[in-house]
Design a binder for this molecule. Structure first.
Ligand SMILES: Cc1cc2nc3c(=O)[nH]c(=O)nc-3n(C[C@H](O)[C@H](O)[C@H](O)COP(=O)(O)OP(=O)(O)OC[C@H]3O[C@@H](n4cnc5c(N)ncnc54)[C@H](O)[C@@H]3O)c2cc1C
Length: 567
């Protein structure tokens, strides 16, 4: 960062794409500041289906580049983050009445050469798709496709008896919000400044620089920043940022498509997912979720305004229930739904007729406002975020000739420095070290924090050493870790994004957590003010959170760090 606080890059948006770009750039020694108006991953990046996947259905849209890149990427990502991502097997039950999305190019081609097959998704075509899926991506860790007899198998048990055969293939699961937070943490560890609850109000060219005005949405405090290059990773707001913050008339457009999920009590007793094909040509997933639940989604509905919070409407709930009930032997109803969530896909507008058919690939545009450049991010998948960041850095390379080359393919995320198949061993050793942990608790901590789980637990020898218990194994020590190291500010940040413990906590427990966090937040703010007060000069001009401020200071081993806000 320059002495006057000017950075090389200013990133708007703390979703996966903004944080991925910030991390990559910081690792190449560029100075980076990122502003996120809410919590990290508070928009689309915490509302995904949470799959690192090639996207089997995209083959029908001939999106071979996207599928190949995503397939190759799955194993790179597994190695980078074996705690928060893991392989999963997908069961695709076959039935001869399966239908294509009529607008899919594969459907139109098949109808042209085999008119009698019009609209059908035949068995041999699924096999062909899976063969491509197995071979396009240079698979090493993930097992290959196989055919499954459903008539006498645990995978067939929850399904109606007419489903007798299935195909089984591999993809991966990822904890989407933790992925974002760990990218942000790693970016900060490499020198980036991550400002959450900070909205970009305006960005205007000033000579060769950008002048960026931000507002802290908690305190109302306004600040001015300068940067050489602006990255617009606003997700659903990418168009809003362009038109209203940067005030550029860009040719590229964004298409907002809402996707909703329902969560039910656990519907089956194995750890595989179902890939279900509907009579409308769409597909949905039914996925084992958070040990005791099943996740079902998603929908594709046009969404007009990014400022309208997405919700899973009663119609979408009914659609997902009816879809799943085409397969399930024991039908489910609204009464089985315990939670829903919804997000908006910021898709690149390629003019496709339906929301389902719109491309899931990403597009990066570099524009100049005078001589100040802005890079806009349209579309993309969680799965391709790292490659998207590499492409972004390549695209802006000419502006930073001294910048080093790509590095993230081998750059493990915080807590992920252990082998891909090492989770069970780590759970065992954590329980040996901390005998008071239950199996559920230890696994949850390893899955969330990996090798950092020990830093969360510190020198505790009994549960009581971890401060107040908020229910469902959430303790003061863990919440303190999340506030000090992972940018958590509110109970929602903790129970719906950095964990999914909201599924298990009562209203009373959440209220107690909120009160505890409010007290601690006040103490953290007071401590930050104290730290800042004697510093007359303010080299970066921002004066607020500095690199590592959120995490750096507190010693995780101090026994009293989890007993209340005593900083
Ligand atoms: C239902 C659904 C299911 C999906 N499933 C998958 C899947 O299984 N696998 C997969 O690979 N992909 C999936 N995706 C796609 C993936 O989730 C998205 O492509 C990705 O999360 C987009 O990330 P982003 O960073 O571009 O946007 P976001 O996560 O929305 O981040 C943009 C951020 O910018 C911030 N922002 C906007 N304007 C401003 C401003 N003026 N100042 C400060 N901050 C601002 C917002 O608050 C927001 O947090 C799914 C998407 C949806 C909706």
């Amino acid at each position: 960062m320059a002495e006057d606080g000017t950075t090389d890059i200013f990133v708007i948006g703390g979703g996966i794409n903004g944080c991925g770009i910030a991390r990559d750039a910081a690792g190449r020694s560029l100075s980076v500041r990122l502003a996120e108006m809410g919590d990290l991953a508070s928009a689309t990046s915490s509302a995904s289906t949470k799959l690192f996947h090639g996207g089997l259905r995209y083959l029908e849209y001939f999106e071979f580049r996207l599928v190949r890149e995503a397939l190759i990427e799955r194993e790179v990502l597994l190695r980078m983050m074996p705690h928060i991502a893991w392989p999963m097997r997908f069961v695709l039950p076959y039935h001869r009445d399966m239908r294509f999305d009529a607008s899919a190019p594969a459907s139109r081609l098949l109808a042209a050469v085999m008119p009698w097959m019009k609209g059908r998704r035949p068995d041999w075509l699924i096999r062909l798709g899976l063969l491509m899926y197995d071979t396009l991506g240079g698979r090493k860790i993930l097992p290959p496709t196989r055919v499954l007899d459903l008539t006498d198998s645990p995978e067939g048990a929850p399904l109606k008896p007419e489903f007798r055969k299935a195909f089984e293939y591999s993809d991966c699961w990822v904890e989407d919000c933790r992925l974002v937070v760990l990218n942000a943490r790693d970016a900060a560890a490499r020198g980036a400044q991550i400002l959450t609850r900070t909205k970009v109000l305006e960005a205007a060219p000033e000579g060769r620089l950008w002048r960026i005005e931000t507002e802290n949405v908690e305190t109302g405090e306004r600040r001015t920043h300068h940067a050489r290059l602006l990255v617009n990773a606003g997700g659903p707001w990418v168009g809003d940022v362009l038109r209203h913050r940067v005030r550029l008339n860009a040719a590229s457009g964004v298409r907002l498509v809402r996707g909703s999920h329902i969560v039910t009590r656990r519907l089956f007793d194995h750890d595989k997912c179902y890939f279900l094909q509907g009579s409308d040509g769409r597909i949905i997933f039914a996925i084992p979720y958070e040990t005791d639940f099943t996740l079902i989604g998603t929908t594709d509905v046009e969404h007009d305004d990014p400022d309208t919070p997405p919700v899973c409407t009663p119609e979408e709930q009914r659609y997902l229930l009816d879809f799943a009930n085409q397969y399930l032997a024991d039908p489910i109803s609204e009464a089985d739904i315990v939670w829903t969530y919804s997000g908006v896909r910021p898709l690149y507008d390629d003019g496709a007729s339906s929301a389902t058919a719109a491309t899931r690939d990403y597009t990066l545009t570099l524009e100049n406002a005078g001589s100040a450049p802005v890079l806009n991010v349209f579309g993309g998948k969680i799965t391709t975020y790292r490659r998207l960041a590499e492409s972004a850095l390549e695209k802006i390379g000419a502006h930073f000739p001294a910048m080093s080359g790509p590095w993230t393919a081998n750059g493990v995320l915080p807590g992920g420095d252990f082998p891909v198949d090492g989770v069970s061993a780590m759970v065992g050793s954590l329980r040996a070290e901390y005998p008071f942990l239950t199996a559920f608790w230890a696994r949850r901590l390893v899955r969330a924090y990996g090798t950092d789980a020990r830093r969360v637990l510190g020198r505790a020898t009994a549960e009581e050493d971890l401060g107040p218990g908020f229910g469902a194994t959430l303790t003061g020590a863990e919440v303190a870790w999340l506030m000090e190291n992972e940018y958590a500010r509110t109970a929602d940040d903790v129970i719906w994004r950095r964990s999914k413990l909201g599924l298990r906590l009562s209203d009373g427990e959440v209220a107690r957590l909120e009160a505890w966090m409010a007290e601690r937040r006040a103490a953290l703010t007071a401590a930050a003010e104290l730290q800042r007060a004697p510093r007359e000069e303010d080299p970066d001009g921002s004066g607020t959170e500095r690199c590592g401020d959120v995490g750096g200071g507190a010693d995780p081993n101090l026994p009293d760090r989890c007993h209340g806000p005593r900083l």
